[in-house]
Write a protein that binds this ligand. Structure first.
Ligand SMILES: Cc1cc2nc3c(=O)[nH]c(=O)nc-3n(C[C@H](O)[C@H](O)[C@H](O)COP(=O)(O)OP(=O)(O)OC[C@H]3O[C@@H](n4cnc5c(N)ncnc54)[C@H](O)[C@@H]3O)c2cc1C
Length: 485
């Protein structure tokens, strides 16, 4: 006879946490979600900078359980994505499960359960702990001398200060990544005086972003229309996006196309500054809806390329001595992409911490679990991001396997973890495939940083699907824990 109810705790209420919440709700399992912020949405709550649009087709950025027929554009603006996520949480009654403004700071596996502590000093105990804490979540600031001395306003792109009026200011944007490109482009077309500081040029996707027509929206609502369109999108992902994984004519054609975008730059010096010297796709490709290359040729825009030497009260000084005076400085400098759930302190079997486990190399089994950490699961952990598969779609596969494992562990009154051999086998399967991908060689990117390989899935997406559908039983060990029912 069970003496307590089986319970799950989830950290984070972004897209991943909400998908998990809906799944646990449907399964009728007792659970709680802790979210350190005051609202759902994660990335889409935090990133509110001008010019942010979703990278992938809006219709790919949907929870499979809640179609949206009403996207305004082919690639929706960020506020529309956030509104959709909030609507999902409201429509499905998910918020009542979430404890907002409560960060989980520690989780220790002891006596068969996870003992959780929050920043408020509250505690919880769960059989299963799921970290849905994001991989582009912790803002990263560059190590530049004098950063605190700046006399104007400064902030990270993921913490946009909407109290600062855009007009009448001299804007400095540090960073040439996806955020830096989109912000520069938006401020440029708004007529602001803007200087973008770049260390290297980026490949930029100049794309059309038309409004959705009523006919397109209607097509989705026709009998079988939505399913048909979703199937077509998956087919597109499977067939078209292989250029990132293997060399060949598709990759060459893509490079030619991207190079041609640069042809609209009239000044040869500017064109040279903005021409990348590494292969296409090595870094995450910024998406430009209002032609970044046209925007940077406006008289109100400057591109300053090189190393920043220091920041002073007036602005930025480059290594060659050039000084740019500014009123607002934006750090579009990315995220600590290998933090995952950290700084949370997670302690597994035998007192081993996540930091210990990842000392030599960040790893996982399938991006969702780790040997020695029974009944601990991650959503979009290391090696999860799949080529260009939108995050909500990849979650379906991860959560499917987690739920099967949790069900099995619960039935056996055990806690489940992948074996060390299975995690090694997983890495050994992926490692040989990295050399042919666009992510290795030629550039520094967030996928790799200090790691021996990128922390991405380097195989076609159907193999990702198959991996999760067919994970063999011998990859897991079940540790008896007692009486939860
Ligand atoms: C600018 C930008 C644009 C992007 N565009 C795209 C795109 O077009 N397509 C795409 O597929 N992906 C895109 N991404 C990736 C994006 O991060 C994912 O699509 C998705 O939003 C990740 O969701 P998540 O829930 O896993 O993580 P997050 O959205 O990061 O959510 C994690 C949540 O966990 C909470 N949290 C973290 N730690 C704790 C803790 N210890 N205790 C409690 N709560 C905690 C956070 O507050 C947050 O709400 C983009 C990312 C950025 C930064």
């Amino acid at each position: 006879m069970a003496d307590r109810e089986f319970r799950v705790v989830v950290a984070g209420a972004g897209v991943s946490g909400l998908f998990m919440t809906e799944t646990l709700k449907r399964a009728g399992i007792d659970f709680a979600v802790y979210e350190k912020a005051a609202e759902v949405g994660g990335t889409w709550r935090d990133n509110t900078f001008p010019g942010l649009f979703v990278d992938v087709l809006s219709r790919q950025y949907e929870f499979p359980f809640q179609p949206n027929y009403g996207w305004s554009r082919k690639y929706a603006p960020a506020e529309e994505i956030w509104a959709y996520i909030k609507k999902v949480a409201d429509d499905r009654g998910l918020k009542k499960f979430i404890r907002f403004n409560e960060e989980i700071t520690a989780a220790r596996f002891s006596e068969g359960r996870w003992h959780i502590t929050t920043a408020k000093g509250n505690t919880d105990v769960a059989d299963v702990f799921v970290c849905a804490t994001g991989f582009l979540h912790k803002p990263l600031f560059p190590d530049i001398a004098g950063r605190d001395s700046f006399a104007g306003t400064s902030f990270h792109s993921a913490r946009w200060d909407h109290s600062v009026p855009t007009e009448g200011k001299r804007w400095g944007i540090i960073g040439s990544g996806a955020s830096g490109v989109q912000i520069t482009e938006a401020l440029a077309w708004a007529g602001c005086n803007v200087t973008q500081f770049i260390r290297r040029a980026q490949w930029v996707h100049i794309r059309e972003n038309p409004y959705s027509s009523w006919a397109e929206r209607l097509k989705l609502r026709l009998p079988g229309g939505y399913t048909r369109e979703q199937r077509r999108l998956w087919q597109f992902i499977n067939e078209f996006d292989r250029w990132r994984l293997e060399p060949g004519p598709q990759r060459e054609a893509m490079e030619r196309e991207y190079r041609s975008y640069l042809d609209c730059i009239k000044d040869p010096e500017l064109k040279a500054k903005l021409t990348p010297d590494y292969n296409l796709g090595c870094t995450r490709i910024p998406k430009s809806d209002k032609n970044y290359y046209e925007a940077v040729q406006l008289p109100n825009v400057s591109i300053v390329k090189g190393q920043i030497d220091r920041i002073m009260p007036e602005g930025v000084v480059m290594a060659d001595g050039t000084q740019v005076d500014l009123d607002v400085l934006v750090y579009a400098t990315g995220f600590d992409t290998h933090a995952y759930m950290r700084p949370m302190k997670v302690v597994g079997l035998d007192g081993v911490t996540i930091d210990d486990a990842w000392k030599d190399r960040i790893y996982s089994y399938g991006g969702i679990a780790l040997p020695g950490f029974p009944n601990l699961f991650m959503l979009y952990g290391p090696f999860s991001p799949v080529n260009n598969v939108p995050v909500p779609l990849g979650l379906d596969q991860e959560i499917g396997l987690i739920m099967r494992l949790v069900g099995e562990a619960r039935a056996r009154r055990a806690a489940v973890a992948p074996t060390a051999a299975a995690a090694q086998k997983f890495l050994a399967r992926l490692d040989p495939h990295f050399p042919g991908t666009v992510w290795v060689g030629g550039c520094k990117n967030w996928y790799t940083s200090s790691q021996p390989t990128p922390v991405l899935w380097p195989l076609p997406q159907e193999q990702h699907r198959a991996f999760f559908a067919d994970a063999p039983a011998e990859d897991f060990e079940f540790i008896p824990v007692g009486a939860a029912d």
